[in-house]
Design a protein around this ligand. Structure first.
Ligand SMILES: Nc1nc2c(c(=O)[nH]1)N[C@H]1C(S)=C(S)[C@@H](COP(=O)(O)OP(=O)(O)OC[C@H]3O[C@@H](n4cnc5c(=O)[nH]c(N)nc54)[C@H](O)[C@@H]3O)O[C@H]1N2
Ligand SMILES: Nc1nc2c(c(=O)[nH]1)N[C@H]1C(S)=C(S)[C@@H](COP(=O)(O)OP(=O)(O)OC[C@H]3O[C@@H](n4cnc5c(=O)[nH]c(N)nc54)[C@H](O)[C@@H]3O)O[C@H]1N2
Ligand SMILES: [Mo]
Length: 761
């Protein structure tokens, strides 16, 4: 059956990494950059005096004492440092309507934006404007709104701490807490779930903990593509003989075996290191059930031997154990097996390995958070760790793999739609204005307000909101209802082309570029997944002389909007040390900020659980039971499959670098659906058939993805996968986690049938 040849589909036989990764890096450099500059630029990535890699939020040992090779980091850097340019001439030659017909890849591949542009309806083109005119138009539009809560201030997570802090100050002085941000689509389940469990909404491990762990459980993340520098760590952990247990519906090559391009012996011998010691292909949406199964088995072990739980820790540091245990005892194995798709014996084996380990780390990504009960699932991970006291000791803890390289920092410095009293009072004390108290909109709520015509201005500090959110049909139409959209961006994307009454495109410096202000060359700061804050200094000359930095653009908008502002915007832009002084005055954790970021490697923000201090209401860590096993829409006979949406190896969120997904064996195309061989047979489908995929949810309008090619893949039965953002049309905007608002991108009930209109193979 699978012998049929499908264009662009060819299983990848090698280990991840290795020579294939080196070749791909060379190609990325060749396509985007001047070959003489590239080696030096890549060498400066993540060095003490260099810039932070915009690729991912995984930390760097001593922030780059050795050159850490990383294929996807190189793609992120060269994509930004490209020689290609999108100039006013480009816009004059292409109407917005024409550009809307281009692919996401083609739009961004045109290169870096060079000048501020404003939409001209008569010619249907973007035309150059001066910075002052652009700021003036934005200020006038914001002032004209009858209510500041009719404006939305979106942030994507590449933004530095400095720009993010100024941005939230600007919006709050203007009068709103509407801070939709990319975290709302990403790790919000972590930000909302973990504070209730352990008192902070962040991970607790440091890189050193990976040198001491005795067991690593990796759930729902794909580090070979999305956190490539983690592969070096996983490689070391595996070589220490530490078991790595993976839960993932898809077989991901980098989680199976990896050749470290930094390891000369492995490279020369074409050898590789196995990563997962056990690989469990949990059903899409089956993680909470699997976690409950492991905990149930652990309780049984403890009843038999008395030593599977850390009774001392539970008694001293936690609440809620009895309720958790009661719920686990009441949950039957048959239900757990059905919901997780894993046999009882497998979950018992994990419990036995867990009971043996004195220091366990659980790492997790979007496979856990992007479900309707993502928050509760995150809390089940915390429960599992608490049962054996895996906080506040070397080698143990929770490791959420953050998304954008500074998404965690942006949240730390005040980008939140639900500010606490402490934050608002500190802003008032430091700046002398009273920020609004009412909570604002998250990403889904912001778009819903735009759909409803209630919000009229959208300002986006980076990102591609309309494409990143679910349901492009609704979101694209909503963008056209705006009075004004302002996009601060490095590259052109589809959100910029969805024009309402007025639209302004403001090009900014990227992280690789020198940022010179009145007081001289500036650095910015970022926070990685492990709460390390460090400086990032751009090295390249700016892509165009007309670019401004993100802090300068925020200041320009603030100036024009708030003539009586209490903030010295120009002073902050002249010297970013003053922005950091401001951050320090609002957030005590940043004490001596300017001094501490001048130490190579930076500093770590305080993480109370690592001291066994719990900043919860009760002062203890809380076991939080999830009743039942279903974390998504229940399956029905009309919807036999649960669809998850995933990233390919050649993309950064909505940025499509290329059309290959090497490790999954897909080349030159993205219009595929991954399905298991058994499911193909049961549906009387063949590898390579053209199919339609339809969302099946009560009360929902018809959502269909037509003409996709179904391909055989090693994926859990009943689960199918397709690429994001192509499959976003299948996800309703209203389908999200009730607690965190995170869209359920990874659990859409669908039916799949042979295409009505067969496409030629
Ligand atoms: N090169 C590159 N790097 C990136 C990004 C990028 O797009 N490209 N994006 C950045 C961002 S913003 C983020 S948030 C992270 C994302 O990093 P990841 O969390 O790794 O991202 P995804 O590709 O969405 O999916 C993760 C994995 O979850 C699995 N999965 C899907 N559904 C389920 C499920 O129900 N249960 C379990 N257990 N697993 C499931 C998929 O098979 C896949 O292996 O990466 C960041 N880094
Ligand atoms: N179906 C589905 N949808 C998803 C997901 C999924 O797994 N499945 N994942 C979700 C997740 S985890 C996330 S984080 C969101 C991502 O959502 P976003 O953060 O909104 O999207 P990106 O694609 O990262 O944004 C890309 C754009 O950012 C701009 N940019 C790049 N660098 C810079 C910079 O330095 N400064 C500025 N100002 N702009 C810059 C460029 O113009 C580029 O076009 O998508 C979400 N959407
Ligand atoms: Mo993300």
């Amino acid at each position: 059956m699978t012998s049929r040849i499908v264009p662009g589909v060819k299983p990848y036989k090698s280990a991840a990494g290795g020579w294939g990764a080196l070749r791909a890096t060379a190609n990325a450099v060749r396509e985007q950059m001047d070959l003489t500059e590239a080696p030096l630029l890549l060498y400066r990535t993540n060095k003490p005096a260099g810039f932070d890699c915009p690729g991912c939020a995984w930390p760097d040992k001593a922030h780059g004492s050795t050159f850490q090779f990383c294929e996807n980091g190189a793609k992120a850097v060269t994509w930004e440092a490209t020689k290609k340019r999108v100039t006013p001439d480009f816009f004059a030659a292409h109407t917005v309507s024409e550009l809307l017909g281009w692919t996401d890849h083609d739009l961004e591949d045109e290169g870096r934006l060079t000048h501020p542009m404003a939409y001209d309806a008569a010619s249907d083109t973007y035309r150059e404007v001066g910075w002052d005119e652009a700021f003036g138009r934005i200020g006038a539009a914001l002032q004209a709104l009858p209510d500041p809560n009719m404006a939305e201030f979106y942030t994507s997570g590449r933004t530095s701490n400095e720009a993010a802090f100024m941005y939230q100050l600007f919006a709050r002085e203007y009068g709103t807490n509407n801070f939709p941000d990319c975290s709302n689509m990403c790790h919000e389940a972590t930000s909302v779930g973990l504070p209730k469990s352990i008192g902070i909404g962040k991970g607790t491990v440091s890189l050193d903990d990976f040198d001491h762990c005795e067991l690593l459980i990796a759930i729902g993340h794909n580090p070979g593509t999305n956190h490539p520098r983690m592969m070096g760590t996983l490689h070391e952990v595996s070589r220490r003989g530490v078991p790595i247990i993976v839960f993932n519906p898809l077989r991901e090559r980098a989680l199976e075996r990896f050749t470290d391009p930094q390891n000369p012996v492995e490279m020369a011998s074409m050898g590789s290191t196995p990563i997962a010691s056990s690989y469990y292909q949990v059903k899409v949406g089956g993680d909470a059930a699997a976690l409950k199964g492991i905990m149930k088995a652990l309780l049984a072990l403890d009843e038999a031997n008395g030593d599977a739980l850390d009774h001392g820790f539970i008694a001293e540091h936690t609440n809620g154990f009895d309720e958790l245990a009661k719920d686990l005892r009441a949950t039957g194995w048959a239900e757990i097996e059905a919901a997780s798709g894993l046999p009882r014996a497998a979950l018992e084996a994990v419990a036995a390995a867990y009971a043996k380990s004195n220091a366990t780390i659980v790492s997790y990504g979007m496979g856990v958070t992007q479900h309707s009960k993502g928050t509760s699932t995150v809390q089940q991970i915390a429960n599992l760790l608490l049962l054996r006291g895996n906080f506040g000791k070397p080698g143990a803890g929770i490791c959420p793999l953050r998304g954008h390289s500074n998404v965690q920092g942006d949240r730390t410095v005040g980008i939140t739609e639900k500010p606490g009293k402490e934050l608002l009072e500190a802003i008032e004390r430091s700046y002398g204005f009273t920020p609004p108290r009412a909570h604002g909109h998250d990403a889904v709520q912001a778009m819903q307000a735009i759909v409803a015509g209630e919000s009229k201005i959208l300002i986006s500090l980076g990102g591609n909101l309309a494409v990143a959110l679910p349901d492009p049909e609704q979101c694209f139409a909503a963008m056209r209802k705006l009075d004004l959209a302002v996009h601060i961006a490095t590259k052109l994307n589809r959100s910029h082309l969805l024009i309402g009454k007025d639209s302004i495109l403001l090009p900014c410096l990227g992280r690789t570029e020198q940022d010179i202000q009145l007081s001289g060359a500036q650095s910015v700061t970022v926070e990685d997944s492990m709460s390390m804050v460090h400086a990032s200094v751009g090295k390249l000359p700016p892509a165009s002389e007309a670019l401004l930095s993100e802090p300068a653009i925020v200041a320009g908008m603030a100036h024009a909007t708030l003539p009586h502002s209490k903030v010295d915007w120009s002073g902050l832009v002249a010297d970013y040390d003053l922005i950091r002084d401001g951050i320090e005055s609002v957030f005590p954790d940043f004490k001596n900020y300017n001094l501490r970021i001048r130490v190579p490697g930076g500093f770590r923000l305080s993480l109370p659980p690592t001291e066994r201090v719990w900043k919860t209401a009760s002062g203890k860590a809380e076991f939080l039971a999830l009743t039942g096993l279903e974390v998504d829409m229940p399956m029905t006979t009309e919807a036999p499959f649960r669809l998850t949406t995933i990233r390919s190896h050649d993309q950064y969120n909505t940025t499509i670098y290329g059309l290959d997904d090497r490790y999954r064996g897909v080349f030159g195309r993205r219009d595929v659906i991954f399905m298991s061989k058994d499911d193909l047979a049961a549906q009387a489908l063949e590898h390579g058939d053209v199919v339609d995929v339809e969302t099946v949810m009560p009360g929902e309008t018809v959502r269909r993805l037509a003409g996709f090619t179904v391909i055989a893949y090693d994926i859990a039965p009943g689960s199918v996968a397709a690429y994001y953002p192509e499959a976003n049309g299948l996800v309703p905007l209203s389908y999200h986690d009730a607690q965190s608002g995170t869209p359920s991108y990874k659990s859409v009930p669908v039916k799949i049938s042979r295409a009505l209109l067969p496409a030629a193979l």
